[in-house]
Design a protein around this ligand. Structure first.
Ligand SMILES: CC(C)(C)c1nc(N2CCN(c3ncccn3)CC2)c2cc(C(N)=O)c(N)nc2n1
Length: 327
């Protein structure tokens, strides 16, 4: 095959593999059998070996880097990753709602999101290409774990539009992967992880990306660092925009017209929680209008327009057979 044909075929394969990867890992609706995906990936890898200049950083063959780091570099976040105030009961939620309405009036609606129990991370894209991924750290300074985040298949290496933006999400380990990892660890006589959150954090702290790649991590994106720059008017509109760009968001989110609907949503997820294929430790409630978010502003460490309702800590032993909802 001549150079020109190889270049055309490589671009075609990259687009095909990105589309198939998106369907499989983000939509959970594969359109081709795994064997076909693997065969196309091998064809692209062969072409890239023949013509190394075709091996672009966003190529699907570049998910798992070879180099083992000796440390993680520190990264200062462009805008701070804030904390969340907590609510522990219905009264706390009503108090939050009253404070919000005192500030912005009664015409306020909320978005309720499952609070994924993983590790908060931030992803930077430049002209649509995944450029840097970091841990939340102390909210201002995190660690550059780009090479490990690249191994999470649901993180797009190239967005559907060449936008430059920073997005935030929660990386996590599905319960099934957690059980399998701990089973393998115990068979090797190693100490198992206490819970999926520790397992996800431990996996993303590995200096060898091949180990992170073996841990079946996943991610749900939950926000845009500077939503005002993207032209969306609401938090829910921002999440729809993230989906349009190719990101994985959690589909269980729900709009609430008032705090009564928030309380209903929170109550409904108490008993559904054990059947989810991933751990959640609460529900995050956010004012939907970005203008009202701006009016409410933030305290020194957390937004006045969001709160995390925390489920009572309980040791839930869920046998695998109970897990039914797909990720
Ligand atoms: C952007 C805001 C601040 C409103 C925000 N902040 C979050 N978090 C902050 C505190 N975080 C944190 N992490 C460690 C130590 C202290 N705070 C962990 C992420 C959110 C976490 C989730 C989730 N887990 O599913 C979510 N759906 N939405 C979030 N939204």
């Amino acid at each position: 095959m001549d150079r020109q044909t190889a270049e055309t075929r490589a671009a075609e394969l990259q687009n095909l593999l990105n589309q198939y990867g998106y369907e499989y890992y983000v939509l959970d609706k594969p359109s081709v059998p795994d064997a076909e995906y693997d065969q196309l990936l091998r064809e692209l890898a062969d072409l890239e070996n023949q013509y190394p200049e075709l091996r672009t950083p966003d190529s699907p063959t570049q998910r798992v880097g070879g180099e083992i780091l000796d440390m993680f570099r520190k990264v200062e976040h462009t805008s701070p990753m804030l904390s969340l105030g907590n609510a522990f009961d219905e009264q706390d939620l009503r108090d939050f709602d009253r404070r919000v309405r005192q500030a912005v009036g009664d015409d306020v609606s909320y978005v309720c999101e499952l609070k994924i129990d993983g590790l908060a991370v931030t992803l930077r894209y430049e002209a649509g290409l995944f450029a840097l991924g970091a841990t939340r750290g102390d909210g201002t300074i995190g660690e550059d774990i780009t090479s490990n985040l690249r191994t999470i298949r649901s993180i797009p290496l190239r967005l559907s539009e060449p936008v430059t933006m920073e997005v935030r999400g929660e990386a996590f380990m599905p319960k099934r992967s957690f059980e399998e990892l701990n089973k393998a660890k115990m068979e090797r006589g190693e100490e198992p992880f206490a819970n999926p959150r520790n397992a996800a954090a431990g996996s993303l702290r590995q200096l060898d990306p091949k180990i992170a790649a073996s841990r079946n991590l996943d991610i749900f994106l939950y926000g845009i660092a500077d939503p005002g720059e993207t032209g969306v008017a609401s938090h829910s509109g921002g999440l729809d925009y993230l989906e349009k760009l190719g990101f994985k968001t959690n589909k269980e989110r729900q709009k609430a017209a008032n705090i009564e609907e928030v309380i209903q949503f929170v109550g409904s997820w108490g008993e559904k929680r054990p059947h989810l294929p991933y751990d959640i430790d609460g529900i995050v409630i956010k004012v939907d209008s970005l203008e009202q978010q701006r009016q409410l502003g933030t305290t020194v460490k957390s937004p006045r327009w969001a709160i995390a309702y925390k489920f009572p800590a309980e040791e839930v032993v869920t046998t695998l057979k109970d897990i039914e909802l797909s990720v």
